[in-house]
Design a protein around this ligand. Structure first.
Ligand SMILES: Cc1cc2nc3c(=O)[nH]c(=O)nc-3n(C[C@H](O)[C@H](O)[C@H](O)COP(=O)(O)OP(=O)(O)OC[C@H]3O[C@@H](n4cnc5c(N)ncnc54)[C@H](O)[C@@H]3O)c2cc1C
Length: 403
């Protein structure tokens, strides 16, 4: 049966949700506050190459593949040489940041140790108890920090691994088998991530009604819509929209992040690589760096090399420091030489990420309660976004498909 669906927010979450509904033949109206669709995702073409505003890639699954085919988009696979990934530990680059014995212990933990979440523990303490300090410091801290835009002490296991049963009865391996879908690694597109937005919009244009520059004055106005209501706006915009529906002390913490795309003549590492993840207290302020032009072709022009460095807001120690100077200091430590850049593009996002902590976990529980309360009054409203079931595009695509 054709359903009437109103989607508020035309970022990638709203576009993914609109895609899933059109596949079911539903009648969709998409409302976007700004004049542009795609939200934070977009690609700028600059004289030196290509600069991503937010996501640089997306994890490819079978479901994603069929969506790309529908919207006429060909994924761009990484170069083979970019398989090399580095960790920065003990102030040097390493491909294997733990000993073989620790690696064996890690496999044993994944296969046999039961997962138990403790509400009063941050992710650093939880991971240390679960995996030991070496794995936590040298693998989990750099890997999770690079994805969630902050350090482990600001995060919580229950929130990050919300799909896992943390009651002490299941192992990580069991949960991975239960939740895991086959992934073919990270892909992008010939003209960058903007291609994904443009192709999705082009596909949807003839199938749904799109209203850009459209602003609802209040939540009450949204609640009057007839049909399913799907809120796909960022958490930063959702909190004021909800007003007193959520208690102010329960408002989640928001993180700010800066990405810097740097074009230069020399490569970051001797051999091409995917990038480097940085452990804490190792002299580097970045969370990670992607070696863009090693990963994907067409990222930089005229023998230039392109990198994207990712910084948490706390990386700036005083207001006089520039992002460029912070990056160059970090880079000098990694490459052990001064190497002037050709061009640097800074993108700062304020409050773009939720901190995946206990507060967010409780906030999401409150949203679940609100959704059920509204259903009992005959209002079918649901909330989607990177604060619900995971930050990445794959999570957003999968959660919006489960309507
Ligand atoms: C720097 C950075 C790097 C990232 N890298 C990756 C990566 O490599 N891979 C990956 O998978 N993910 C990555 N992510 C995560 C991913 O990009 C985001 O989680 C995702 O794009 C968020 O999309 P969204 O649609 O939920 O939110 P947004 O992009 O914030 O979109 C929300 C939309 O809602 C609109 N809106 C707001 N309020 C209203 C209103 N009242 N009415 C109507 N419309 C409204 C906004 O204008 C906006 O268009 C990255 C994110 C950042 C910031």
């Amino acid at each position: 049966m054709t359903e009437r669906v109103h989607i508020v927010g035309g970022g990638i979450t709203g576009l993914f949700l609109a895609y899933h509904h059109t596949k079911r033949g539903d009648s969709v109206t998409l409302y976007e506050h700004s004049e542009k669709l795609g939200g934070v995702i977009g690609t700028n073409q600059v004289p030196e190459g290509l600069v991503e505003q937010a996501a640089n890639g997306v994890l490819l699954t079978d479901e994603m593949k069929s969506m790309f085919a529908d919207i006429g988009l060909t994924p761009l696979f990484p170069n083979k040489a970019a398989k090399r990934r580095y960790f920065w530990v003990n102030r040097k680059l390493s491909r294997l940041p733990i000993s073989i014995l620790t690696g064996i212990k890690l496999l044993f933990t994944i296969a046999f140790k039961k997962i138990k979440f403790e509400t009063n523990q941050n992710l650093e303490t939880w991971a240390t108890n679960m995996f030991g300090s070496s794995v936590t410091k040298n693998i989990i801290e750099p890997a999770i920090g690079g994805i969630y835009g902050t350090r482990l002490e600001a995060l919580q296991a229950e929130s990050i691994f919300s799909k896992w049963d943390g009651s002490g009865t299941k192992t990580i391996l069991e949960e991975m088998k239960k939740n895991g879908k086959k992934s073919y690694g990270t892909v992008s597109f010939p003209n960058g991530m903007g291609d994904l937005v443009n192709h999705l919009v082009h596909y949807l244009e003839s199938k749904i009604q799109i209203k850009t520059n459209f602003k609802f004055e209040s939540l009450d106005e949204i609640l009057k819509l007839k049909g399913k209501i799907r809120i796909c706006i960022s958490l930063k915009n959702l909190i004021p929209l909800l007003g007193n529906k959520i208690q102010t002390h329960a408002s989640p913490n928001l993180l700010s992040i800066t990405t810097i795309t740097r074009f230069g003549k020399n490569h970051l590492t001797k051999k091409p690589c995917f990038g480097i993840l940085f452990a804490k207290n190792e002299g580097i302020r970045a969370l990670g760096v992607l070696s863009n032009s090693d990963i994907f072709s067409g990222r930089a022009k005229e023998a230039l090399h392109s990198e994207t460095w990712i910084y948490p807001e706390t990386a700036k120690e005083n207001l006089t420091e520039t992002w460029e100077s912070i990056l160059e200091k970090d880079r000098e430590l990694v490459t052990k030489k001064l190497d002037p850049s050709v061009a640097v593009y800074v993108t700062s996002w304020s409050g773009v990420f939720p901190a995946y902590d206990r507060k967010l976990f409780i906030f999401n529980q409150s949203l679940d309660v609100l959704e059920s309360e509204w259903i009992s009054y005959g209002i079918d409203i649901r909330f989607y976004g990177n604060y619900r079931k995971g930050i990445g595009l794959r999570s957003l695509f999968e959660s919006t498909s489960r309507e």
